[in-house]
Ligand binder design. Sequence first.
Ligand code: 13P
Length: 248
Amino acid sequence: MSRKPVIAGNWKMNKTVAEAKAFFNEFLSQIDVDDPEVVVCPTYTSIAAAVECTKGTNVGIGAQNIYFEDGGAYTGEVTADMIKEAGCEYVIIGHSERRQYFAETDEGVNKKTIKALEKGLVPIVCVGETLEEREDDNTFDVIKTQVEKAMKDVNEPKKVIIAYEPVWAIGTGKTATDEQANEVCEYIRKLLVEIFDKDIADCMRILYGGSVNAGNVKKLMSMSDIDGALVGGASLKADFVTLVNYKK
Ligand code: 13P
């Protein structure tokens, strides 16, 4: 089963429009492969500029969140239609920072995933355990709950990308070992077989995220159930291109 690898950058709350343009100027001049699939997720304010800069390239743009309603009195929120209109093809959903700081729930993640698919966006659904949960041997239970709840009533599962991001590995420089990362990604695929079926699960891309960098990406990408990387810190500089070109 061949799944197209994905290297996605999550800029989090970083970069002004000017900084985003400067990044793409340098980054795009060094991109020369159309495999893997490359995604960059800037802040809402830089989406239009990012879409403009990447027109005609193989770099897709994503948002870092959406709200699940189609509009209305939800101060500060943005709809799926709005980011689609702005040129996004992807959206990150349920990132641990949103779960941790903005009270994002599994139910909300599920509604957002369904809304993203309904509007033709590719949802990148994040799951992952905290350090405490791992130390208490609860990793698999936590992942099971998060994946099952996120995928409830999802009717186009093949389009969904799942990102396994252990919270303890995010921004800490502490990457999961290749085996630790793959063990959970493999478990996620087993869950997807149970929730959907084997054919579907075999098509779905599962990414690893958490301190991925130029030094560890190649090994991570060689693991059986890791189909890509969701990259934070190392996606902020134009040498993110070295991760994109991990095969070289
Ligand atoms: P870092 O790569 O900075 O650890 O962040 C990972 C992440 O949260 C990507 O969404």
